[in-house]
Design a protein around this ligand. Structure first.
Ligand code: TMP
Length: 208
């Protein structure tokens, strides 16, 4: 039986890593094997593309080139990691996926959703997440938490206005596809956030 594909989204500093640890552990406790992966990245070549995207490079990166690099990385990731794992019956838990391109490049950079959705069709074909957890928190909270992690990468160096567009973009995507998204208020205590995550996974299991 094909495994489930779960993606986790949100602006920086909303606690993705901690909550992905928790999410993976509850899926494993239900007896499934979990492949935990991330975007950009998730294969050796895609990780090299990640480096190009996050470093402060030696030349300006046009928005379109940025978008194409995210999709190049995604194409490698889907073919070489995600599809084989799902076909082998594993669950795939992915830290960011195409919704990040919609929110960051589509809304944050202002590229719009039309060409991103076109590229998504091309690169993903029939592959869609079964569930997308959107960890949502106010921009000021996320940025304050992210700052504590140390030196900012190229995307973390964007201003609050950019992150506000990204957050609003994510919330708009979730409102448009309520059956795929679970929006989780990540500004609450960890216990409450984790209870909401457990509920979303139980719902996914009971619907399948
Ligand atoms: P992270 O894995 O530490 O969250 O870093 C990935 C960064 O890349 C993060 O700032 C979000 C950004 N990103 C995009 O802008 N578009 C995308 O499609 C993806 C997957 C990530």
């Amino acid at each position: 039986m094909r495994g489930k594909f779960v993606t986790v989204e949100g602006i920086e500093g909303v606690g993705k890593s901690t909550n992905i640890d928790f999410l993976s552990s509850i899926i494993e406790a239900k007896g499934f094997t979990v492949l935990r992966t991330r975007e950009p990245g998730g294969t050796p070549m895609a990780e090299r593309i990640r480096q190009m995207l996050l470093e402060h490079g030696e030349e300006p990166l046009p928005d379109i080139a940025e978008l194409l690099l995210f999709f190049a990385s995604r194409s490698l990731h889907i073919s070489n990691t995600i599809r084989p794992a799902l076909a082998a019956g594993q669950w795939v838990v992915c830290d960011r996926f195409t919704d990040a391109s919609r929110a960051y490049q589509g809304h944050g950079r202002g590229l719009g959703l039309e060409r991103i959705n076109l590229m998504a069709q091309w690169v993903q074909e029939d592959l869609q997440p079964d569930l997308t957890l959107l960890l949502d928190a106010p921009v000021e909270l996320g940025m304050a938490r992210a700052k504590k992690r140390g030196a900012a990468d190229r995307l973390e160096s964007e201003d609050a206005g950019f992150y506000q567009r990204v957050r609003d973009g994510y919330l708009g995507l979730a409102a448009a596809e309520p059956e795929r998204f679970a929006v989780i208020d990540a500004s609450r205590e960890l216990e409450q956030v984790q209870a909401a995550i457990t509920l979303a996974i139980n719902r996914l299991l009971s619907n399948s």
